[in-house]
Ligand binder design. Sequence first.
Ligand code: UN1
Length: 502
Amino acid sequence: MGKLTSEIITSLGLESYLMSEGNLPLSSPIDGESLGYVEETSQADAHEMISKAKAAFLKWRVVPAPLRGEHLRLLGEELRTCKEELGYLISLESGKILEEGRGEVQEIIDICGFALGLSRQLYGLTMTSERPGHRMMETWHPLGPVAVISPFNFPAAIWGWNFVLAILCGNPVIWKPSEKTLLTAIACAHLFEKVISKFENAPPHLLQLALGGREISDVFLENHDIPLVSATGSCGMGHYVAQQVSNRLGRYLLELGGNNGMILAPSAHLELAVRAVTFSALGTAGQRCTTLRRLIIHRSIYDQVIPRLKSIFENVKIGNPLESGILMGPLINKEAYEHMQESLKLAQEQGGKIHGGTRVLKEKYTKGYYVKPALVEMPSQTSIVKTETFAPILYVMTYDDFTEALQMHNDVPQGLSSSIFTQDTAEAEIFMSASGSDCGIVNVNIGPSGAEIGGAFGGEKETGGGRVSGTDTWRAFMRRATNTINYSGELPLAQGIHFDVS
Ligand code: UN1
């Protein structure tokens, strides 16, 4: 382990968690370097965690929400003091560049601030009653222990969006992070523990880490004492989670794959559009659920845009994501690289003209999978274009007519994020209207990735329909009660029904 890495592990207080042997190996995608081992959670321990979370729930649910918010404010403060270190650890384990690692920590800081404000605004409605001397209202209550299943690509922020809201809403969390980014998860849990241990009114086990694979998730998917499972990851994983949790009529919140498109209209500000495409397609080495994967360009500007994109894709700085100036780090592992190559082969068979996409730096990093991003000119939106490949592949297609572009844009199974670059107000409005983009995120003159925490985040169709992060997504983490209060001294029934014994 490098000197800086071991210093950061020490400053985050993580040495005691690392073992020289264990059944879950930790490594960095940068060069395959081993970071040690941690112990897998057993099924028996996972069941025990549920009992502990239930006990914590009974205490935490009665702590006033503004006080719960105050705990989260302090988590935000703690994160500010170690933004650099945690950002580094995220980059080391997920392979994203440092700038993005830091950005991820910032997302959690932001959601902590959001939660503090929200802690005094968990509002319910009051309704007018049809009965005299009656009042009706809605109240929102804590739901119970929440299981959070999170992916490798945002190893801290996705936990943050879910955890912070769950805790704010009065629910303990059991977190099953990706097996590829366990150290980041341990660091986040350790930070929270540091903050929460200062509060007398906070019960133990508000956050428990369940480390392992599907067998561990299964314990939470099947258990009635987990009223909500929030899972972020692939559509395949989401299908499985939905089926398992539905079997017991539990609740699930899914934020799954995207196959995000951008329409580039003839009036587009091309300077900005090219920059937006660059960040959205190449950021996080194409491994965001919001990554731009389909560019639908008006035929009249195709020849102005493609040579510029080719040059950017060819020259983008690829390398160790911890070094300054680098814009693209490695893919998460060999499987991701192989999957990318298989998709490119299919694209070629389906008439695609591929630029880039090959492995680079393999002499320097024999165990790191660095690739040139692929720009693929497609004759039409074929089956491979409709499939999400979690890698830096941008499929490019042309259109002549705006209606055709919209139709092509929506003709994929996923529905997470979308964007249009246009100066034509009518086109922009149509794109955002009922007959426009069918995604959960619909942007004008910015790319599909890089959402702020203030908005609800998630999408439709195979993206799973769930929303996390801003606005009213907190409601998914609470139990709604409709209250009717009678102060009339009579007992009138609704709908004018008479039901008298005498
Ligand atoms: C993801 O890749 O699962 O909007 C989340 C974005 C980030 C979140 C991505 N704020 O690109």
